[in-house]
Ligand binder design. Structure first.
Ligand code: TMP
Length: 267
């Protein structure tokens, strides 16, 4: 049993900030200033629309550090992002934006749903990058959609879509090079965007995260997978895979801080 004072402490720290949104792998809280949010990276891993679920101790910490690194570099080449700064092991300060309900996937190599859909062997290079759109709706299982659906149902304007595709392709070129530099092939990835208003003018910025949860990353030499397919397909230890990426990027935090061994709360 926890003492009343401990319960009060937990209650106070939890009520100190307002929950804005809880997703499968992240939680958003109200930020310290208007127009900001705190993005908290959870340890939850899900696949197949959350049919498969596990808690992977420390995954949230690694995704926080990896996504920080990627977002900062994308910012430095002129891609506008929601990232402001990392606050601690699991949290980032981000700009609040209105998420556009689309997942934009870019593919360089056949894998996953594309390989399955068209009967192509996984690992075959594609003749050119392929951009796909998925409508963000868990109840529908995020169906793939065409530009016509986006325009007809007004999920975003044609100009927004144009901006997102050109940013997604720039992100692809830049990240392909960045990962090549650490001996990793960027097979495919998913990004999300949102609207912010600057002097009442809407602008599209990169949101969410870019991490091994949302990319396929294969070792160039061995083909070993360092991404969430390790969890989706039961290929081994997910933390070992994500640690490899964090170490090669040079952003690996102290191991003891990733999986603290201190006393645990008994529920
Ligand atoms: P797919 O081959 O399963 O369609 O996945 C394409 C890319 O998108 C892959 O890098 C993983 C990523 N992805 C997500 O980030 N979230 C998802 O819900 C799905 C299905 C894929």
């Amino acid at each position: 049993m926890l003492s009343h004072s401990v319960y009060n402490m937990i209650g106070r720290s939890m009520s100190r900030r307002r929950l804005v949104y809880e997703g499968k792998a992240k939680t958003l809280y109200a930020g310290p200033e208007p127009g900001t949010l705190v993005q908290y990276f959870k340890d939850d891993a899900t696949a197949f629309n959350a049919e498969k679920h596990a808690i992977i101790d420390g995954k949230g910490v690694l995704n926080n550090f990896i996504s920080e690194y990627v977002m900062k570099h994308l910012g430095s080449i002129g891609i506008p992002t929601h990232f402001v700064r990392r606050l601690n092991m699991r949290e980032q300060l981000i700009r609040e934006c209105e998420i556009i309900p689309l997942e934009i996937v870019v593919r360089n190599v056949a894998a996953g749903s594309l390989a399955k859909k068209f009967g192509i062997e996984e690992g075959e290079s594609l003749p050119r990058p392929i951009v796909e759109y998925y409508f963000k709706d868990d109840k529908l299982g995020d169906p793939m959609v065409a530009e016509e659906h986006i325009a007809a149902f007004n999920w975003c304007s044609p100009q927004d879509l144009d901006d997102m595709v050109s940013m997604a392709l720039r992100i692809n070129d830049f990240l392909s090079g960045l990962f090549l530099g650490i001996g990793v092939k960027l097979v495919d990835f998913k990004v999300e965007f949102g609207h912010v208003f600057e002097n009442e003018v809407p602008r599209v910025i990169l949101a969410d995260e870019i991490s091994p949860d949302s990319c396929r990353l294969w070792d160039i030499k061995s083909g070993q997978k360092f991404d969430k397919d390790v969890f989706r397909r039961d290929l081994g230890d997910l933390m070992e895979a994500y640690t490899e990426i964090a170490e090669r990027l040079g952003v690996m935090p102290e191991k003891s801080a990733v999986r603290p061994t201190g006393p645990k709360l008994v529920h």
